[in-house]
Design a protein around this ligand. Structure first.
Ligand code: TRP
Length: 332
C-alpha cells in the first residue's frame, strides 16, 4: 500500500530553538518512517519581507543543516529548497485565479503583517496562503504538520483544492493539518512568561546554535523564588516551567527526584538549575555540533538539496502536467 503524502515548509528566517525542536522537528522525524514526506525550506515565502540577498543562502543552508542534525534523514524524505521546484510557482499562478482578494485580505496573518510592516504590503504577502497551498497541493499531500498559527492557511489550501476540483475536475485530495500529539508541546521560555520564540525573549530562549556556556548562563538566569514552605503546594508557573523543561531533556528519575524535593520543601533551585543546565547542554551540544559540521561541508549540503529537488520535481511535474491539461492548456 502506498504511504500517505505529507508536506511541510520550514521558515528560513531566524535561528531554530528548543520550541521548534519539540513543536515541529520532532514531529517531522517521527513522520519520516510512516509517511511519504516532502519537507522544504520556504525561501520564496521569506522574500515577502525582503531579506538581504547576501544572507539568503546561509539561511537556507543553516535551516536544512539544523533539521538534518535533529534527525531528519534525507534518504527517507525529500528535503529541498522551495525555489528549486519551478512547478510550485507555476501552480501558484494557476491557483491565484481561484483565490479572491476579499478572502486573502481577511487572513489574520496578513492583517498582522500589514500592521507590522505598513510600508511593504506587497502582493506576495497578500497571496502568501496561495503559495503555501501550491507547496502542499503540488505533491497532492493529505497531511500537513503545522502549528496552530498555520491551520487557517491549510484550510485555505483545502478551499483552493476544492475550487479547482469543482471547476476543472477532480485532481487534489483535501489536505488536513496534522500533529502527532493531540496538543503540540509549547516549550515555555526561561523567564516565566510565554513560550520560546524566534523574535522575542532572546535570553529566555535556548537556540540549537547556542554554545555550552550560553546555555548554562540562560538556564541559571531562569526565574525562581525561595522555594515552597508547605508540603505539596501548588507550583507557580515559572517553577512548573522549569520542571517542564527538565522533563523534556533530563532523565525521568532526575525529574522525579526534584519533584519530591519540591513536595517536601527541601528543593534548592540553584542545584536544580545546575542539573537542568548540564542536561540541556548534553541535549543541545550534539545537535549543534552536527549542524555546524554540515554547514561547514557545503558540498554535502548541496548534494542533499539537489537530490531532494530531484525527488520533489518527480512528483511535482506529474501534478502540474495534470493541472494544465485539466485547465485546457494542452495545445501541442
Ligand atoms: N507558512 C509556514 C510557516 O510560517 C511555512 C510554510 C510554507 C508551510 N509553505 C508551507 C508549512 C507548506 C506547511 C506547508 O511556518
Amino acid at each position: 500500500m502506498s504511504k500517505e503524502i505529507v508536506v511541510s515548509g520550514i521558515r528560513s528566517t531566524g535561528y531554530l530553538h528548543l520550541g521548534n525542536y519539540f513543536g515541529a522537528m520532532k514531529n517531522y522525524v517521527k513522520m519520516q518512517d510512516e509517511y511519504d514526506c516532502y519537507f522544504f525550506v520556504a525561501d520564496y515565502h521569506s522574500l515577502t519581507t525582503h531579506p538581504d540577498p547576501k544572507d539568503l543562502k546561509a539561511n537556507v543552508f543553516r535551516v536544512a543543516a539544523e533539521n538534518i542534525a535533529c534527525g531528519l534523514d534525507p534518504e527517507k524524505v525529500a528535503l529541498y529548497a522551495q525555489s528549486d521546484i519551478p512547478e510550485i510557482p507555476e501552480l501558484y499562478l494557476l491557483l491565484n485565479m481561484l483565490a479572491y482578494k476579499g478572502e486573502l485580505e481577511k487572513v489574520p496573518t496578513f492583517k498582522d503583517k500589514v500592521r507590522q510592516q505598513p510600508d511593504n504590503v506587497n502582493a506576495g504577502l497578500l497571496t502568501y496562503p496561495v503559495l503555501m497551498a501550491a507547496d502542499v497541493l503540488i505533491h497532492k499531500a493529505v497531511k500537513v504538520p503545522v502549528g496552530k498559527d498555520q491551520e487557517q492557511h491549510v484550510e485555505m489550501a483545502r478551499n483552493f483544492a476544492n475550487r479547482f476540483n469543482h471547476r476543472y475536475g477532480e485532481l487534489f485530495p483535501e489536505p488536513q493539518p496534522f500533529n502527532f500529539g493531540s496538543e503540540l508541546i509549547k516549550v515555555p521560555s526561561l523567564d516565566g512568561t510565554g513560550k520560546m520564540s524566534k523574535s522575542e525573549n532572546l535570553n529566555a530562549t535556548i537556540y540549537l546554535a547556542d554554545d555550552d556556556d550560553l546555555i548554562r548562563k540562560k538556564v541559571m538566569k531562569a526565574k525562581t523564588d525561595s522555594g515552597p514552605t508547605e508540603h505539596n503546594s501548588e507550583m507557580p508557573e515559572y517553577i512548573s516551567n522549569i520542571f517542564l523543561l527538565m522533563h523534556l531533556v533530563s532523565r525521568q528519575e532526575t525529574v522525579e527526584t526534584y519533584r519530591s524535593m519540591y513536595n517536601n520543601c527541601t528543593i534548592r533551585y540553584g542545584d536544580m538549575k545546575k542539573q537542568l543546565a548540564e542536561d540541556m547542554v548534553a541535549f543541545i551540544a550534539p545537535i549543534r555540533d552536527k549542524a555546524a559540521a554540515l554547514q561547514a561541508d557545503e558540498d554535502q549540503l548541496k548534494k542533499i538539496l539537489k537530490e531532494g529537488a530531484i525527488k520533489a520535481r518527480e512528483s511535482a511535474s506529474k501534478t502540474i502536467a495534470a493541472a494544465r491539461k485539466q485547465i485546457g492548456i494542452n495545445y501541442y
